[in-house]
Design a protein. Structure first.
Length: 385
């Protein structure tokens, strides 16, 4: 080979490597959701790779893929997506097929219900999935466990179980033993820890609670309330916050209301800033009730980021919401039971000292909220760069 041709070939390979690095080859993905006695597999297969395994053009006209080849694609998946226990093949229902996208990046979305044969252990199957990879040697199929309600995994980020490639298309599963109430208990704990570890949520609640023992008039915090009224105020604040975040937690975790995480986190910080201002000087008489309800809606969107309803049945999602919410409320109640008596006693003993404490908490909370707004908006990073 001449020197010129070698240089030309090296240049071509260099350009190809740069292009491939900038445009990674699409991968197929499989999400596993367990069902009573079986599995539900959700596959996402790029049409521009699937067509090589399927043997027919699909990516040029994605909208026509199912009208032209729907039955054949269902048969193809039945041959190349199999679950078995030893040599016993699981029963597979006809896949539910949908094409997502209308251009070269379009994907086939397939949902397959698999049922274990009588006597087989539904917790230890082997998956044999060689769709696409039986022909395309460079392709990969990533397999994730999305939900295992009986095994105590639900509403979390999918767990990568393995990656299938050409010549390595089998993946043995060994799911956790089925335990009644496992997922509900885990979600209850997750809700509780979400509050316990959430400094911003704790600070927001403290700013609303610290003004409960005081009464407001003429834009100022005045004499302390009677203990009975203060306790009722605390109860109303907690209830209003619960109602607010429960609504958006349900909407967010079901995907009905989907917002980018950054604006939500910034909005949470803004609610803390407003609550701090109110703790310093009352914006509205009994305004903490309105804030607890309205701002609870915003905090509920932040909570929903920790709870995904994807892959759950309607009944499982309802149980997940209840358990997660109960965990949140249990931790809030525990904190109130610890903090509220101390605040009430302090306010009753020394109104002046309590007023100073309120101002310190309000000022500190306001400064932290301003910093969180700057940090979450990326201003601090941009300034540092």
């Amino acid at each position: 080979m001449s020197m010129a041709r070698r240089v030309w070939l090296a240049l071509c390979l260099g350009v190809w490597s740069v292009w491939a690095g900038a445009h990674p080859m699409p991968e197929s993905q499989v999400w596993i959701d367990t069902t009573p006695g079986g599995l539900r597999l959700t596959l996402q297969l790029p049409l521009n790779r699937l067509e090589y395994g399927f043997g027919q053009p699909l990516a040029d006209e994605p909208d026509q893929a199912l009208p032209r080849h729907g039955d054949a694609l269902a048969r193809y998946l039945a041959q190349h997506v199999i679950a078995r226990s030893g040599t016993q093949v699981w029963q597979a229902a006809r896949p539910s097929l949908q094409v997502l996208g209308h251009d070269a990046s379009a994907e086939l979305h397939a949902v397959i219900e698999l049922q274990a044969p009588p006597g087989a252990d539904p917790r230890t199957p082997t998956l044999d999935i060689d769709a696409v990879i039986h022909e395309v040697r460079t392709h990969r199929v990533q397999v994730f466990l999305r939900n295992d309600w009986s095994g105590g995994r639900a509403g979390e980020a999918p767990l990568l179980l393995g990656e299938l490639t050409h010549g390595h298309a089998s993946l043995p599963l060994n799911l956790a033993p089925a335990t009644a109430g496992a997922s509900a208990l885990r979600l209850f704990k997750a809700g509780a820890w979400h509050i316990a570890e959430g400094t911003d949520h704790l600070l927001f609640l403290l700013l609303l609670v610290i003004v409960a023992p005081a009464s407001a008039a003429s834009g100022r915090w005045l004499a302390p309330r009677q203990d009975g009224r203060a306790v009722r105020q605390l109860a109303w604040v907690a209830t209003a916050f619960t109602i607010g975040h429960s609504v958006t937690l349900a909407l967010g975790s079901t995907g009905v209301l989907a917002l980018p995480s950054q604006p939500v986190e910034i909005a949470v910080a803004v609610t803390i800033a407003v609550a701090a201002w109110h703790a310093w000087r009352p914006l509205v008489v009994d305004g903490e009730l309105v804030m607890a309800l309205g701002f609870g809606l915003i905090h509920g969107l932040a909570f929903s980021a920790s709870l995904s309803g994807a892959g759950l049945t309607a009944w499982q999602h309802a149980q997940a919401l209840l358990a997660f919410n109960l965990g949140i409320e249990a931790m809030q109640l525990a904190l109130l039971l610890v903090v509220a008596p101390v605040l009430l006693a302090w306010c009753r003993k020394s109104a002046t000292g309590y007023d100073r404490l309120r101002q310190i908490v309000a000022a500190g909370g306001g400064l932290m909220a301003i910093w969180w707004v700057i940090e979450r908006a990326g201003v601090a990073v941009a300034a540092g760069a």
